[in-house]
Design a binder for this molecule. Structure first.
Ligand code: KIV
Ligand code: ZN
Length: 391
């Protein structure tokens, strides 16, 4: 492995599950947690125990079965939340409490109605309280993306002194640009006393479609943990997508980082989350979308048939997909038609291909996609011609 390890903190079961319509029962959460552990996730955020008895039970049950990954429970900077999170983790082999408070001007003024000093006091008290239950305590500075750097640094320094082991710098509203978010992490690295003793974590939301780019920018500037969800599900436009971060760090050698993710399990994990949450993903979703490895334009199909790497930067097997697919549409060329015909057992010569291609285009203009059954019928209809051309 080259470079630094990036810890993968999966919050599918907490931030992901906050999405309306995504509610998961305890047995579903346990099933997904087991899959996340097999996938190689370092930390599984299992829930927000104070939020409901169901969530408390889910964190408890996950804590009982997960043995290699760390199990994390969320709380606000409120004593009863933290106690509840601590209680829910009592069976965890490796546990972590994730506690925090808003630090941006807007949160301090309109949500918390607290002064800067009061925020720092509450943050420190929360970390000290969490330390009674778990050695590993992650602090989140909610809305850090819109927090003034100087104040954020002050908060970070105070919670490190109080015993925080991980500092989460969330871009809660998905507002930051990659350079801004990266610069914020760099500022903290350079200006917070004791920061070298803790792990900096990136937690990015996707409101402007920048969650993955922002998380990477944070890593380049010193973050060593990325918070993400399977399929990028999460509040509003979602969170950084785990599969994107894992594959970027695996494929791009110019980024000297690695994760423990077993990429061959990405597709099955994505499918499990779709099935359990009932939340489909778009066909063009990077890495795991239905079209991520399918080629439909004639030029691309011809290129991929000649040499896969002409148009593919990853082998589909790397994410657990069987193979790439050549989709037949009115945009397909002869190469794709010949390729798919061969897969169905029909060897086409140039002459038969030219003839059948004309009929194929007529058919493709009528249908959105020409499936195997449609193609089979077309080829059977032209069987005589195919045989004669071969003779
Ligand atoms: O987006 C956010 O700020 C959060 C925190 C609770 C970590 O999800
Ligand atoms: Zn979040």
């Amino acid at each position: 492995m080259i470079g630094d390890k990036i810890e993968i903190f999966d919050t599918t079961l907490r931030d992901g599950e906050q999405v309306p319509g995504c509610k998961l029962a305890t047995d579903q959460k346990v099933k997904i947690a087991i899959q996340l552990e097999e996938l190689g996730v370092d930390i599984i955020e299992a829930g927000f125990p104070i939020s409901s008895p169901g969530d408390f039970k889910s964190v408890t049950e996950i804590s009982k079965v997960i043995k290699n990954s760390r199990v994390c429970a969320l709380s606000r900077a409120v004593e009863k939340d933290i106690e509840c999170a601590g209680e829910s983790l009592k069976f965890a082999r490796y546990g972590r409490i994730h506690t925090g408070i808003g630090t941006s001007d807007i949160h301090m003024k309109y949500k918390l109605r607290c002064s800067e000093d009061q925020i720092i006091e509450r943050a420190v008290a929360a970390v000290r309280c969490a330390k009674k239950y778990q050695e590993d305590v992650e602090f989140y500075a909610e809305d850090a993306g819109r927090t003034r750097d100087e104040f954020l640094a002050k908060v970070c320094e105070a919670v490190i002194k109080a015993g925080a082991t991980v500092l989460n710098i969330p871009d809660t509203t998905g507002f930051c640009l990659p350079e801004e978010y990266g610069a914020k992490i760099k500022y903290l690295v350079e200006n917070v006393k004791g920061i070298d003793k803790v792990v900096i974590s990136a937690h990015c939301h996707n409101d402007l479609g920048l969650a993955t780019a922002n998380a990477l920018s944070a890593v380049v500037n010193g973050a060593r943990q990325v918070e993400c969800t399977i399929n990028g599900i999460g509040e509003r436009a979602g969170n950084t997508s785990l599969e994107e971060v894992a594959m970027i760090l695996k494929k791009r050698e110019s980024l000297p980082f690695y994760t423990n993710i077993i990429s061959e399990k990405l597709l099955s994990t994505s499918n499990m989350v779709i099935e359990e949450t009932g939340m489909p993903i778009q066909a063009n979703k990077a890495i795991t979308g239905a079209n991520a490895f399918s080629h439909s334009s004639g030029i691309h199909q011809d290129g991929v048939i000649k040499h896969r790497e002409n148009y593919e930067i990853m082998d589909p097997k790397e994410i657990g997909a069987e193979k790439s697919t050549i989709i037949l549409t009115a945009r397909s060329g002869r190469a794709a038609l010949a390729f798919r015909s061969k897969e169905l057992g029909f060897e086409l010569t140039k002459r038969s291909l030219d003839k059948i291609y004309v009929e194929f285009l007529d058919l493709a203009d009528q249908l959105k996609e020409v499936y195997d059954e449609d193609l089979q019928k077309l080829l059977e209809k032209n069987q005589l011609l195919i045989r004669q051309a071969l003779a």
